[in-house]
Design a binder for this molecule. Structure first.
Ligand code: G1P
Ligand code: ZN
Length: 543
């Protein structure tokens, strides 16, 4: 076999944030930038010789080029088998499933999730372990440490592989399988959900619009909704994965999927709408003239998960990330499930899922998943909603109102300030951290602070510690502000200010969040002194 060792010099900025290494495409295109990082990952792993590597990707710009390089490095490092989706496409949840199904050693996912794509957009690399879950911090720390000392990588001298057709070939002792990215995942969804019931729902005239946002879920959604569930052609929009996502920001939320929101708040609207992000692990749910907040959505999934036979005998606890509103805690308490609170990032759910401590988990950032996989799963969440709608005959709005009537409504919003200077943002956080021990008992925007602390986490399974995971300021048990910096920026800093408030009076359930939260918004501005750090006192976007 013709394998070359190429001398290289380390890049010192290869850090893994909340979810993998994310950088501008132009950064990834620097000589050996990608090669270094892939070799740093392989150098940090042990015992993969002869084993299987899965390569997933969301089809974004630079992905095709990167996949060819990664195949060559994986062959040179003597993986026994490489599984890659046709045209390099394999959503994050499908990659996770394929890793488990084919007993792979692990997988690389070429995606920057919901960040924009194209030559001026972002690219990213995530690593999933044999359990199909995001590499835990102990492992990502090793990748990063190795990237800072790397001086050579191995690469096979071989032609590019044609990824346009499904086939299997052998190169220098490594089998390369180009697979249909959709079929394994879709069969699995058929095991979990009642496709017959959902089919009946569609045949009764129920209408939905699913927005794939020109990203990876298009082919999956067409197969599931239009081919298998009988939804009319045209149910799936923006269904063709495009390298630049057609200029869309593939993040399903009120700001970036505004066209879908406008559709659902217009006239002659479908009964239901949903969207996913770039790599298919996030989801958004809308009813007629109604937006389902992801924290409410998680609580509703918790309310109904025991109605799905797939989970019978497998119901353990529930977990949410700390900034996620505690609506799901109320359901968990009522149903007798233990509820864990983890730092932001799916990787923190992994150990709990693997140890059968939890069955369901989710984040306020439009992510939910279950023990069916070790990644969050957008289409799974949409199918779960359809299954609930089919079983109950209720609308999304009715389901939310049932939840609020039963437990109270926990309002949840997040103010996101993008494009802050990294140093200034860090300064702001450290100033605030210094204030934290003195906040209890203080009055901010007319509200006494009940408790304030920096969120530190000890994983109950591995005992690993994650410190400084956000600043929490509680005014009462369910009224709070959480402040943290994003860990998924490719450059600069994003400040996220999450606010929650429990409202028990049903007459107030229709008040808009900005009004209900006015005092908290004011308190957050005072606490962060945001005017000093952002060019505009108003957030870049609100979720
Ligand atoms: C964001 C979300 C977080 C999610 C992550 C990856 O991270 O807030 O919930 O797990 O993207 O999709 P952040 O940018 O806040 O670090
Ligand atoms: Zn994603």
């Amino acid at each position: 076999m013709d394998i070359k060792a190429i001398q290289t010099k380390p890049y010192l900025d290869q850090n893994m944030g909340t979810s993998g290494l994310r950088r501008k495409v132009s950064v990834f295109r620097q000589p050996n930038y990608l090669e270094n990082f892939i070799q740093a990952i392989f150098d940090s792993l042990e015992g993969f010789e002869g084993k299987t590597l899965v390569i997933g990707g969301d089809g974004r710009f630079f992905g095709a080029e990167a996949a060819q390089t990664i195949i060559k490095i994986a062959v040179a490092n003597r993986f026994g088998r490489i599984i890659i989706g046709q045209n390099g496409l394999l959503s994050t949840p499908a990659t996770s499933y394929v890793i488990r199904k084919y007993h792979a050693f692990g997988g690389l996912i070429l995606s920057a999730s919901h960040n924009p794509g194209g030559p001026d957009g972002d690219f990213g690399i995530k690593y999933d372990n044999a359990a199909g879950g995001a590499a835990p911090p102990v492992l990502t720390d090793k990748f990063v440490a190795r990237s800072k000392t790397i001086d050579r990588y191995w690469i096979a001298n071989m032609p590019d592989i044609d990824l346009s057709a499904i086939r299997s070939l052998e190169v220098d002792g490594t089998t390369i399988d180009v697979i249909d990215p959709v079929s394994d995942y879709v069969s699995y969804m058929q095991e979990i959900f009642d496709f017959k019931a959902i089919r009946r729902l569609f045949s009764s005239g129920f209408r939905m619009t699913y927005d794939a946002m020109n990203a990876v879920t298009g082919p999956y959604a067409c197969r599931i909704f239009e081919d298998l569930l009988g939804a009319p052609k045209g149910t799936v929009i923006h269904e063709k994965p495009l390298p630049d996502f057609g200029g869309l920001h593939p993040e399903p939320n009120l700001t970036y999927a505004k066209h879908l929101v406008d559709l659902m708040y217009g006239e002659h609207v479908p009964d239901f709408a949903a969207a996913s992000d770039g790599d298919g692990d996030r989801y958004m749910i809308l009813g007629r003239h109604f937006f389902v907040n992801p924290c409410d959505s998680l609580a509703i999934l918790a309310e109904y998960i025991d109605t799905l036979p797939f989970y019978h005998g497998r119901m353990y606890g529930i977990a949410r990330s700390m900034p996620t509103a505690p609506s799901v805690d109320l359901v968990a308490e009522n149903k007798g499930y233990h509820c864990y609170q983890t730092p932001t990032g799916w990787k923190f759910f992994g150990s709990l899922l693997e140890a059968d401590k939890i069955t369901l988990c989710g984040e306020e950032s439009f992510g939910a998943g279950s023990s069916h996989l070790n990644e969050k799963d957008g289409l799974w969440a949409v199918l779960f909603w359809l299954n609930i709608l089919a079983n109950t005959g209720k609308t999304p709005e009715e389901l939310c109102r049932d939840l609020w009537r039963r437990y109270g409504r926990i309002y949840a919003i997040c103010h996101n300030y993008m494009g802050l200077e990294s140093e200034k943002a860090a300064q702001m956080m450290s100033k605030l951290t210094e204030k934290v021990p003195h906040l209890t008992g203080q009055i901010i925007a007319d509200m006494p602070v009940r408790e304030a602390f920096v969120f530190n986490y000890t994983d109950p399974v591995t005992d690993e510690v994650a410190q400084n995971q956000g600043i929490c300021i509680y005014f009462d048990q369910y009224t709070r502000i959480v402040i943290r910096l994003s860990g998924t920026d490719s450059s600069g800093a994003t400040l996220r200010i999450y606010m929650n408030k429990l409202v028990l009076d049903a007459k107030q359930f229709d008040v808009v969040p900005a009004e209900i939260m006015a005092d908290l918004i004011q308190a957050a501005r005072l606490l962060t002194d945001i005017k000093e750090y952002a060019t505009n006192e108003n957030p870049t976007f609100v979720t």
